[in-house]
Each structure stands twice: as C-alpha cells, then as structure tokens.
Design a protein. Structure first.
Length: 197
C-alpha cells in the first residue's frame, strides 16, 4: 500500500490531482495520532487538492484545523490561504494574481499549474455559456492570460473575432444532460454575478 508520502508522490507523479485531497482526508481521519496535523503534514498540497476538486468548504475547515504556529511560519501555506479566499469570493482577477505572483515550491508547482489550466477552461466554458459576444480583454482578465493568448484560445473553440467591433462571437457548446437543470442555472447566475463585479 505504501506510506502516505509515497502514495502522495505517486498521485503527483501520475498527475492524479483529484486523488490528493481524498487520500490526505482519509489519512487524517484514520490516524490514531490526535496531533497528526503537525509541521510535517503536507498542508499546502492538502489545501490545493481541495481547491482543485472545488471543495472550498472542506478547504476552509482544514484551514481551521491547522495549528496556528504552522500557519504563521509557512509562507507557501499563507499563499494558498490567500488563493482560497479569492476562489471563495469568486474574485478571479485575485485568483490569477495569487496563482501567478507566488514562487511555488517544486512539489506544489505541478498541482498549481493543473489548477490554473482547469480554472481557465472552466471560466472560458462559463463565459461561453453566459455571453453571445465578449471582448478579448474581458476573457483575458477573467482567465489570467495576455489578451492575444485569450483571443487565440477562443478562436481555437471556433469563436469568431470581429475586428471592427473588437468582440468575439461565442460558439455555444451543445449542452449535455449533466449540465442541464435548475442547479446549473443557479450556479451560472452566481458565477455571472461575481464575474460582472
């Protein structure tokens, strides 16, 4: 079965990022040691794993369980906390600043990169659902990328750029059964209210 550290490294190596938070949650719950959350616990990866899986309430609860001295003495942990707060408030400009302005450790970097890519794809999907036309600058600021990259990413999806108007015409994806329903409309409405501010 391997130690937790070995299994964690295996997940990182195989880019099974969605498995990181469940692995560490189980290890924490099953540990006979009531003080399992100590200095050597992979707090940064645990929090990032929850953010990657969009389990923001779980990430916040984990943050509350982390000993105060660990929070105060770990700069990378503070950077993840800042990132979590931006995700929680759906302040995407802040999310990108938090992701891009910190010098992440070699162990965290692959998960941070995967989180960036996943978030960018999800936001472009949301923009494509919410708008019929959109300016490349809007896509760029929401997705944390230079305007030319945002334009190229949207054109790859078949969105047409109208140079005169300076806008992209969105090509909507066919809606699958799993994306239909009232819950998804509510989620979209929530996202859009945050995107507009």
């Amino acid at each position: 079965m391997g130690t937790i550290q070995e299994r964690l490294q295996e997940h990182l190596q195989h880019r099974a990022f969605e498995e990181i938070a469940p692995l560490l949650d189980s290890a924490e719950l099953e540990s006979p040691n009531p003080l399992v959350l100590q200095d050597n616990w992979p707090f940064v990866l645990h929090l990032l794993g929850h953010i990657y899986n969009k389990q923001l309430p779980d990430a916040r609860m984990l943050w509350k369980r982390i000993p105060q001295n660990v929070k105060e003495n770990n700069a990378e942990l503070s950077a993840v906390w800042r990132l979590l707060q931006f995700f929680w408030q759906r302040q995407y400009v802040g999310v990108w600043q938090a992701l891009q302005s910190y010098q992440w450790s070699p162990q965290s970097r692959p998960l941070v990169d995967a989180l960036s890519l996943k978030t960018r794809e999800e936001l472009i999907d949301l923009i494509g659902t919410a708008y019929s036309t959109v300016k490349p600058s809007k896509v760029a600021s929401l997705c944390g990328m230079p305007q030319q990259e945002a334009l190229a990413a949207c054109q790859k999806l078949g969105w047409q750029y109208n140079e005169g108007a300076g806008t992209l015409s969105v090509v909507r994806k066919p809606v699958s059964a799993e994306h239909e329903g009232v819950n998804n409309l509510q989620n979209l409405a929530e996202y859009m209210s945050h995107i507009e501010h």
